[in-house]
Design a binder for this molecule. Structure first.
Ligand SMILES: *[C@@H]1O[C@H](CO)[C@@H](O)[C@H](O)[C@H]1NC(C)=O
Ligand SMILES: *[C@@H]1O[C@H](CO)[C@@H](O)[C@H](O)[C@H]1NC(C)=O
Length: 623
């Protein structure tokens, strides 16, 4: 439903907001924000995209613009006597060159992040993979957001004392400034097991039985419980939290905020409890509002015997200046605050000092992770499988002297699309921020090696193990479909490709043609299809397999060329699953049988080398 629709088609020239190289926002029909008694702005899975999306107009505002926006929204709340809380649910690190190419890696990220006033903040899994990243969280983010950072099920070995301690307080109780709403808040992470050994994640099912948790819930002077965290809103973890809290407070409103699966989503638990998930990569600012809350803390006498109906509303804001100016009621001149401009400048300075516009070559076409089927000429996976890996690995000594190899890459290691035009240092880290070196096992019998990808991609024992361990090799957006089969309306089975039978799913999506609209998010959640602030035309979303594979030094489709043995090569991140698959086929290899490829060259290095060689070009890239 459009409460009111704004069509502004004036040319919008950002004087000094956003990053200077960012695209201008494009005017589009907007749905208004449903302001209420208590309002929230929510970000999640920022992954270092403080600078916004320079090549995409819909998401081209940066963290400095968000600082200005939140200031205007807070002022507006104050003027109307309502409340606004700002929430972030983790995975702020890894995934963007500002984080990944700086030395040390958090050098700019912590300084930039802390410039936003955040009321409720928690850790994601990416803060915990490496011990030094978790320590960065401990030394910087937890301190910068003291009083806001919560860690309900996350402990750290204090780097100074060696004692295991909560990373931050388990919960907090507070009363909102203007309305006097009494809130109890928890900050969770899902049952993550891939963390370095300096942190400990307690399973949610165990946490809800801990004494402190039960004690915290024993409070009748509450108007609202907020559970925020790095947790998929449709996960078993949040289901447990909902049922436990609901059992203790059968009538109290409960608001959840989640993340991790990189999608926009909204779940209705019951008529007094809902959950919001606000996408990824600074594309989305989630707006959530609640009306009809009791405000017992502030004015007991005014409480009427008849309880008002509690209503919840949500909106997913596209993070660009057109949307942000509109929703804050500001224009080009009045939108930027001095503070926000300073933050944008700090981001620009960081980008300059890291030389992120350094060009390796020109991409001749767009390459998509899930907007094209796989295989496809415009699939980034096909590009890697058919060009990057075969061309690059063919240069190695073992292949040149007649060796053969199978190279397996998990698709989750590919994080972002490539756009036609300059392929820069920025692009390199967006596509592949992870630094795991390529590894190999020499001379594996081909009959066995060629079975590995089938086990990794098809249903079966290895896949069950992966699910058990919460280890998904696909991109998070695709993994999200495990709780949301409808998401993949254009689902495609990979079983047929890797020999397991199956089939299913067509390859040509039926798109509603609405030519006037810009393609973008068209979210369908528990409340319907009116959640996105910007009205867009639909974008196709295709399934991708867990892993792709290249044959190097031979043609895998030609039976006559079938080798006796091959080097089995893979991204080090998935070694555990490769060894498990081999074991399942009856080939006993251990990590002692593996070695790094080319002194530890990573996929990121290989891809960049390929671009320099094949896409090199002087001067401006052709449009
Ligand atoms: C974590 O592992 C490292 C290296 O294996 C070891 O030195 C350290 O003692 C371990 N720390 C904890 C808290 O177990
Ligand atoms: C912005 O940066 C300038 C120059 O460093 C500084 O003088 C000013 O105090 C800053 N303003 C705010 C609001 O932070």
């Amino acid at each position: 439903m459009f409460k009111s629709t704004a069509f502004l088609f004036a040319s919008l020239r950002a004087a000094s907001c956003a990053q200077p190289e960012a695209q201008q926002p494009i005017a589009a029909p907007l749905r208004e924000l449903p302001w209420a008694q208590l309002n929230f702005l929510h970000t999640t899975d920022i992954h270092g995209w403080w600078g916004g999306h320079l090549q995409e107009a819909s998401f081209s505002a940066d963290w400095g613009d968000y600082v200005s926006f939140a200031k205007h929204m807070r002022d507006k709340a104050d003027a109307e006597g309502v409340d606004l809380l700002v929430v972030d649910t983790g995975d702020r690190v890894e995934g963007n060159a500002i984080y990944d190419s700086s030395k040390p890696r958090g050098k700019f990220t912590y300084e930039i992040a802390k410039e936003q006033h955040i009321d409720l903040i928690s850790s994601g899994n990416h803060e915990l993979y490496k011990a030094d990243t978790a320590e960065g969280e401990y030394y910087h983010t937890v301190r910068d957001f003291q009083g806001s950072y919560l860690a309900s099920n996350l402990d750290i070995y204090d780097p100074r004392t060696g004692y295991l301690e909560p990373l931050a307080p388990r919960y907090k109780k507070f009363t909102t400034k203007n309305q006097g709403i009494r809130v109890l808040a928890f900050g969770f992470i899902f049952d993550f097991t891939g963390n370095a050994n300096n942190t400990v994640v307690t399973r949610v099912e165990d946490t809800v039985n801990e004494d402190w948790f039960k004690e915290a819930l024993k409070d009748d002077d509450l108007d609202l419980i907020v559970v925020f965290g790095h947790v998929d809103i449709r996960s078993p973890e949040y289901a447990i939290l909902f049922s436990t809290i609901r059992a203790a407070h059968n009538d109290l409103p409960i608001q959840f905020f989640g993340g991790h699966s990189h999608i926009r989503d909204y779940k209705i638990f019951d008529d007094k409890s809902v959950a919001l998930e606000s996408g990824r990569y600074m594309e989305t600012l989630g707006f959530m509002s609640i009306d009809g809350l009791s405000t017992g803390g502030k004015d007991e006498s005014a409480a009427t015997p008849q309880k008002p109906v509690v209503t919840f509303s949500r909106r997913y804001i596209d993070n660009n200046l057109f949307s942000l100016r509109h929703h804050s009621g500001k224009d080009e001149k009045t939108f930027p605050t001095q503070y926000g401009l300073n933050v944008s400048k700090a981001i620009g300075d960081a980008r300059d000092s890291l030389d992120l516009t350094k060009k390796y070559g020109c991409a001749p076409r767009d390459l998509w992770i899930s907007r094209r089927p796989y295989p496809h000429k415009e699939s980034i996976l096909s590009w890697i499988e058919e060009e990057v890996l075969p061309d690059s690995i063919a240069e190695s000594q073992r292949i040149k002297s007649g060796g053969k190899a199978l190279v397996i890459q998990n698709t989750g290691a590919i994080r972002f699309d490539v756009f036609k035009g300059a392929f820069t240092k920025d692009t390199k880290f967006l596509v592949s921020p992870f630094t795991s070196p390529l590894r190999l096992i020499k001379d594996v019998p081909y009959k066995a090696a060629s079975q590995v990808i089938k086990l990794l991609n098809n249903g079966g024992p290895i896949l069950l193990e992966m699910m058990e361990a919460n280890a998904f090799l696909q991109p998070p957006e695709v993994t999200a479909a495990r709780f949301r089969p409808d998401l993949l309306s254009f689902a495609q089975s990979f079983e047929s490709q890797s020999g397991g039978g199956g089939g299913g799913g067509g390859q040509s999506p039926m798109l509603a043609e609405v030519p006037a609209l810009i393609p973008g998010y068209t979210t369908h959640d528990d409340a319907g299809i009116d959640g996105d602030d910007t009205v867009h035309s639909k974008i196709a979303f295709y399934n991708v397999p867990n892993c792709i594979q290249s044959a190097v030094g031979f043609d895998s489709n030609n039976k006559d060329e079938e080798p006796q043995t091959v080097d089995l090569m893979y991204n080090g991140f998935i070694q555990k699953w490769i060894l498990m698959a081999l074991q399942y086929i009856g080939q006993k290899y251990t990590s002692d049988d593996t070695e790094v490829y080319a002194q530890g060259e990573s996929f990121t290095d290989i891809m960049t080398g390929w671009v320099e060689k094949h896409w090199a070009s002087e001067g401006e890239c052709p449009k």
